[in-house]
Ligand binder design. Structure first.
Ligand SMILES: Nc1ncnc2c1ncn2[C@@H]1O[C@H](COP(=O)(O)OP(=O)(O)OP(=O)(O)O)[C@@H](O)[C@H]1O
Ligand SMILES: [Mg+2]
Length: 455
């Protein structure tokens, strides 16, 4: 396993177009990094640069501190798992998993191959399918075979390019949690490209948001959600998306098309001097005012609005408020939409209400908004004026601590399951502690992914 450092990486294709533009990311050993962004923002290009399938135009790529820009893919010892699995149809599951080992001719004895394949298959619950052909497997099983191939190679890192996008929703959920648990158990550095909000938020220790080849923000999912650096990140992360309302600020009174909102002094101060701002409000910051306890009401602002309609979802409901922006505000929303790669930003606010709310479309209703949580964005630069960088950094620090604990717990559990909790007295490197029963007999590494430490 390894750390990966991207140092001002640039990729220009033949036509000079910068598909990746000055991206720097430090990926820690064992970390799970997600790359997200709209189609064409350079996610796959970045992944392919790391793995060596794409030349690096400028900048440095380091693996464990060693510059690898000029190393061939096979010498980087990274394993890539693709969307379409790339399995060999004529080979059994066993031989598909064993393939990378057979490729390294003479490097592994038959016994070693058998041991590695059997262990990987057990990890992935493929033991019963080893003699079958890929065509006879489900999508999820094929995906696991592809991952088995990555595991037996004892690669220093796994790189995934939308590995689950071909699967149906249910299986995707299942595979998502399998990948998550496996990553923790193996403690293997992983970089994962996805379009899927849920995958991004649940799998990643940190999520990197890209826009047109440029890194916007990299942080824990919670920091991205609560303290986005700009409009783009705020709008990209979260579902339903954050609402953006053009507003003018007078003292600590925000005048918006859905009503006047009194906001906390400290937020108003950060936006002082701006004539026009964009108010960013997540749907869940709203509530039916009737259902908010009195002592909480003072934390927010109550306004009257007429919802066009509501959608009851069982656990909650969505309500929709249309607003009619002034012409110059409409222009602002249009340019914002272009910036965010959306077709249009509808002059509409989505609110989530408690399932018990009796508010219905067509009638005036009192809506409460938790103004402590809203953000104010610069209408021109898109910068988040109210971001609390310290609070954000704290969220990411907490996430890093949780990761360390989770990896330790997962690996202990793994050790217990194999009846071998500690690793043959090997000193504290994590890769050693992942080595399972029988360690040392096959080059010091097993399906649990020890690096070629002992040979
Ligand atoms: N071989 C190539 N030659 C020229 N331009 C390319 C090539 N491959 C990709 N690009 C361009 O580089 C940019 C980034 O492409 P990339 O495939 O990395 O995007 P992506 O973020 O993975 O998108 P998606 O989510 O659609 O997979 C795009 O503008 C694309 O047109
Ligand atoms: Mg792609």
């Amino acid at each position: 396993m390894a750390s990966i450092t991207l140092n001002h990486l640039v990729k220009k294709y033949g036509d000079g177009f910068p598909a990746v533009n000055d991206v720097s990311i430090d990926i820690a050993d064992g970390e799970f990094i997600i790359l997200v962004g709209p189609s064409g923002c350079g996610k796959s290009t970045l992944l392919r640069m790391i793995v060596g399938l794409e030349d690096i135009t400028d900048g440095d790529l380091l693996i464990d501190g060693q510059r690898v820009n000029d190393k061939a893919p096979r010498d980087r010892n990274l394993a890539m798992v693709f969307q379409n699995y790339a399995l060999y149809p004529h080979l059994t599951v066993y031989e598909n998993i064993a393939f990378p080992l057979r490729l390294a001719k003479g490097k592994h004895s038959d016994e070693q191959v058998d041991k590695l394949v059997t262990e990987a298959a057990a990890t992935l619950e493929l033991t019963d399918h080893l003699q079958r052909k890929p065509a006879n497997l489900s999508g999820g099983q094929r995906q696991r075979v592809a991952m088995g191939r990555a595991i037996v190679r004892q690669a220093d890192a796994f790189l995934f390019d939308e590995p689950l996008s071909n699967l149906d929703a249910k299986l995707r959920g299942q595979m998502r949690s399998e990948i998550s648990q496996m990553q923790r158990r193996l403690g293997v550095t992983s970089v994962y490209v996805t379009h899927d909000q849920t995958e991004a938020m649940t799998l990643g220790d940190r999520v990197a948001v890209l826009k047109k080849g440029e890194l916007q923000q990299i942080a824990s999912p919670r920091e991205l959600y609560e303290q986005p650096v700009n409009l783009f990140v705020a709008g990209f992360i979260g579902s339903p998306s954050m609402n953006f309302l053009p507003a003018t600020l007078e003292g600590n009174l925000l005048r918006t098309a859905i009503g006047d909102l009194e906001i906390p002094e400290d937020k108003a101060r950060k936006a002082a001097g701006k004539k026009v701002v964009l108010v960013g409000v997540r749907p869940e910051f709203f509530e039916d005012a009737k259902l908010v306890e009195d002592h909480k009401k003072s934390n927010g602002s109550t306004f009257t609005a007429t919802l066009t309609h509501t959608e009851w979802l069982g656990n909650e409901q969505y309500g929709y408020i249309n607003f009619d922006p002034a012409p110059e505000m409409r222009e602002l929303l249009d340019s914002l939409a272009r910036d965010m790669d959306a077709d249009e930003l509808r002059p509409q606010v989505v609110v989530t209400l408690d399932a018990a709310s009796r508010i219905r479309g067509g009638r005036e209703a009192e809506i409460w908004l938790d103004t402590r949580k809203l953000h104010l964005f610069d209408a021109e630069s898109g910068e988040n004026l109210t971001r609390d960088a310290e609070a954000g950094a704290e969220l990411t620090r907490e996430a890093a601590e949780e990761r360390a604990e989770e990896i330790a717990t997962a690996q202990q559990a793994d050790g217990r399951r194999d009846g071998n909790g500690s690793a043959d007295g090997a000193p504290g490197r994590r890769e050693d502690t992942t080595v399972k029963a029988g360690a040392g007999s096959s080059g010091g590494a097993t399906a649990a992914g020890g690096r070629h430490t002992a040979g």
